[in-house]
Design a protein around this ligand. Structure first.
Ligand code: SI3
Length: 292
């Protein structure tokens, strides 16, 4: 297919009332991804509230997901953490649990040099010996990685992909043009049609938990040249995503998954669970999706 990297959902991290990983809900969410025909899971990213999870709880999460996936999905762990030693521990936990690849945002908060960020990725890879998916998500990290950074690291590391979550399509065109054999996952769900049109090899996003089937369909329409059908699906997705974004991510998605009976809406502190009023708005948005 055109989309050799596949379509993966960013997984929500479900918690029990006492703040532990809810194993039953993990199974339900993983089964949901399988039912939607998705190729894999991106675990512990922004959708998974990764930066709010200790190394211990992330290890539990990775174990629980790997067990539920049971070998039938590609598993990528987002291991980034403020403390580098924690990121390395997360990478080791992912490898132990049987994940296929690790991924990380660049180091955040301080303004690091490109050389420091390169060493960060090299150290992570040495810790776990798994292929690495580099992650550009400037809206949340405040770090916009330049294309040369991706080119340089793919020369001297085992880079299995780039998750490109930016609306800068000019940079994306240059990235796809300059890369040799490294697949790009586009990460802005509202612009999947744009990301795939310029040549991205797949996608990863939060709303795939709900719209995974539609995104795969959208991709097939594009590949077969039916642009207007692809555009229509994107517009339908965005009417739904607009409500989620106005309620607030990632908790709005978690609330939708509670409405669908898959997990509790309860987020990790300092997030608040969505209000009753917002819950109503999300119910309506989900109903509209079901009506087509
Ligand atoms: O777990 C993750 O790291 C993600 O899901 C990232 C993903 O690219 C999401 N981006 C952000 C900023 O959270 C998107 O899927 C996003 O939620 C979606 O496009 C709606 O805005």
């Amino acid at each position: 297919s055109h989309y050799k990297a596949g379509f993966l959902t960013a997984l929500t991290t479900p918690f029990t009332a006492s703040g532990k990983i809810d194993g039953k809900a993990v199974s339900a969410l993983v089964q949901n991804a399988k039912n939607l025909g998705l190729d894999g899971l991106y675990v512990g990213g922004s959708t998974g509230e990764g930066f709010l999870l200790s190394p211990e709880i992330r290890a539990e999460l990775f174990e629980s997901v790997a067990e539920a996936a049971d070998g039938s999905l590609k598993l990528i762990a987002q291991v980034g953490a403020i403390e580098v030693a924690h990121a390395e521990r997360n990478a080791v936990s992912a490898a132990k649990a049987g994940f296929h690849e690790v991924s990380s945002t660049p180091p955040i908060y301080f303004k690091h040099t490109l050389a420091e960020m390169k060493d960060y990725y090299r150290d992570l890879q040495s810790a776990c010996d798994l292929p690495m998916v580099l992650y550009n998500i400037p809206a949340l990290t405040g770090v916009s990685l330049p294309n040369q950074f991706f080119f340089d690291l793919s020369e001297d590391m085992n880079i299995s992909g780039i998750k490109y979550t930016s609306t800068d399509i000019i940079q994306l065109v240059g990235l796809l043009d300059g890369l040799k054999d490294v697949p790009v996952y586009y990460g802005v769900d509202e612009m999947l049609v744009a990301g795939l049109s310029v040549g991205s090899h797949g996608g990863i996003g939060s709303t795939y938990n709900i719209l995974g089937r539609e995104y795969r369909e959208l991709a097939e329409y594009l590949a077969s040249g039916n642009l207007s059908a692809a555009d229509e699906l994107q517009a339908r997705a965005n009417r739904f995503i607009d409500v989620l974004v106005s309620v607030g991510m990632p908790t709005a998605l978690k609330a939708c998954l509670e409405i669908r009976g898959l997990c509790s809406a309860r987020p990790m502190r300092p997030f608040h669970a969505v209000s009753k009023d917002d819950m109503k708005r999300l119910e309506v948005a989900l109903e509209k999706l079901d009506q087509k």
